[in-house]
Design a protein around this ligand. Structure first.
Ligand code: GAR
Length: 212
């Protein structure tokens, strides 16, 4: 399944997808990596793997509609069957959402709908919850909204800082995201614009909670 990954940062989730592909546990092919930041370390990782990269920067004062058009155009040229937001810290506009309805997924470091936004681990800590985790969901026009595909739980420890909690959440992200991509690629999870589900007759396996 030809997959384009959108990134803004260091790319540990991108690496987890590459690793799972290498281990043949993820039936995807990454055909391009696109970033809004030219200095995203994830771009270097993609380049080192021979994967084409594109940068579509969005600077303060830029026309966001135009940025959305260019982003959609660059992603479309790579002809993805699936688009994965792996630490892409921008809200997508209509050009991509309408061009790839139900074909865009995101990973987020909290048990959505709790703690959306750019600091899921910090917010869970501040919120005093005892269990948080990560979520993979279909992307819509909101911030970390859209139908939930899979989640994994992570306990909040008494001595956690935002960094230690985020690090443990990422261990689970790195298991969950490649697994969800694989299940989409193999048809065990079906995505379409209106629903997230499994092939008719299958048991509901849309909620995947790996062992801690
Ligand atoms: C991940 O923890 C991902 O869940 C988060 O950004 C991090 C990227 O890490 N995304 C969000 O917070 C989206 N709201 P990475 O660059 O090492 O993969």
């Amino acid at each position: 399944m030809n997959t384009v990954v959108l990134v803004s940062g260091r790319g540990s989730n991108l690496k987890a997808i590459f690793d799972a592909i290498d281990q043949r546990s993820c039936a995807a092919k990454i055909v391009g990596v696109v970033s809004d930041r030219s200095n995203a370390a994830a771009l270097d990782l993609a380049t080192s793997r021979g994967v084409p990269t594109r940068v579509v920067p969005l600077r303060k004062g830029d026309d966001r509609n135009l940025w959305n058009e260019v982003l959609a155009s660059e992603v479309s040229k790579l002809e993805p069957e699936l688009i994965v937001l792996a630490g892409f810290m921008r809200v997508l506009g209509p050009p991509l959402l309408e061009g790839f309805p139900g074909r865009i997924i995101n990973v987020h470091p909290a048990l959505l709908p709790a703690f959306p936004g750019h600091s899921g681990a910090r917010d869970a800590l501040d919120g005093g919850v005892r269990i948080t985790g990560c979520t993979v969901h279909v992307v819509d026009s909101g911030v970390d909204t859209g139908p939930i595909i899979a989640q994994a739980a992570v306990p909040v420890l008494a001595d956690d800082t935002a960094d230690t909690l985020q690090a443990r959440i990422q261990v689970q992200e790195h298991r969950l995201l490649p697994r969800v991509i694989h299940e989409i690629a193999t048809g065990s999870i079906q995505l379409d614009p209106l629903r997230v589900g499994t092939p008719a007759g299958d048991e509901d396996r849309s909620l995947v909670v790996p062992e801690l």
